[in-house]
Design a protein around this ligand. Structure first.
Ligand code: AMP
Ligand code: FE
Ligand code: FE
Ligand code: ZN
Length: 283
């Protein structure tokens, strides 16, 4: 069974429609995918319907932008009730904070000599519901300032670079609670990507398991090298965490993350499903 539990559509910062994504999953020989767009469920109904037509099981998911002491940590939520009032309210607040910083980013980019307008960003984002830095990056590519998103982040958009503006994101522990209240299971995405190993420490994980019932961590992810995967796998086992794997596919939006490049073991998936069912979620 080939299971890929972290993918994006163009409803956030991927480049495929939800239907196109499921079609590609079928072509990649996947049996199960989770659609985990950033801070929105809007692509899920279309992806689930496409999955039913094509014989690919689509798990409803989300990737939430969360905060740990000023650092950004991504949390995957699986099987949540997509209409849960507290969760949908919080997601709207996060999306709002994301788009509200765009004028400030435009000003700063202009000062840095690479002007991008709000119209450029909206045009680049097409139908996206969660407007973020990746769409600013696309607008910069369209203007010819940079070759791709990676160069845009490295030179202008990453933390500490001239176009960076901080924004609101949910406290991690609160995000886990919201996912649980909505009936879902909570898994920390790529915990040790981009130097986050001193943010998502063993003791933080331990306290999130003990205090908030964190369900799992993503282990097999392209941001983790072989040693990192081994360490996370062992640490997760010790803490009783479900250990998943995924591509974090973004279509043409992120190179080197093809569908199915990393997979979740069947036993881990079944454990995830049983936790979602026991909380009354949808899977
Ligand atoms: P935002 O939520 O607007 O702050 O943008 C964060 C999103 O940008 C992340 O979820 C990633 O999808 C993407 N991202 C962050 N860093 C990079 C990078 N170096 N290259 C490409 N995409 C990135
Ligand atoms: Fe993304
Ligand atoms: Fe992420
Ligand atoms: Zn992702």
């Amino acid at each position: 069974m080939r299971i890929d539990l972290h993918t994006h559509s163009r409803v956030s910062d991927g480049t495929d429609t939800p239907t196109g994504l499921v079609l590609k999953a079928l072509e990649a020989g996947l049996d199960v995918i989770a659609l985990t767009d950033h801070d929105t469920f809007d692509g899920v109904p279309e992806a689930v319907a496409a999955g039913e037509r094509m014989g690919v099981r689509v798990v409803p998911g989300i990737e939430m932008s969360t905060d740990v002491a000023g650092h950004s940590v991504h949390l995957l939520g699986y099987g949540c009730d997509m209409h849960h009032p507290a969760l949908t309210q919080e997601l709207a607040t996060v999306r709002d904070g994301r788009s509200r910083r765009l004028p400030a980013m435009c000003r700063q980019l202009s000062e840095a000599g690479v002007p991008v307008s709000l119209d450029d960003i909206t045009a680049a984002a097409q139908s996206a519901r969660a407007l973020g830095r990746p769409h600013v990056a696309d607008a910069m590519v369209a203007r010819g300032y940079v070759a791709d998103r990676t160069e845009a982040f490295d030179k202008y958009l990453a933390e500490g670079k001239p176009g960076y503006v901080a924004r609101y994101s949910t406290d991690l522990a609160r995000a886990i609670t919201l996912v649980h209240e909505a009936g879902g299971a909570a898994v920390i995405a790529h915990p040790w990507s981009r130097g986050n190993y001193d943010v998502v420490t063993a003791s933080l994980l331990e306290s999130l398991v003990a205090g908030y019932g964190l369900d799992g961590i993503e282990v097999d992810h392209e941001d983790h090298d072989t040693d990192t995967r081994r360490l996370l796998f062992e640490m997760g086992a010790r803490l009783g965490l479900i250990r998943t794997g995924s591509s974090d596919y973004h279509g043409a939006g992120k190179k080197g993350h093809p569908l199915g490049i990393n997979l979740t073991r069947k036993s881990a998936f079944l454990e995830l499903v049983s936790r979602i069912r026991s909380r009354g979620g949808t899977v």
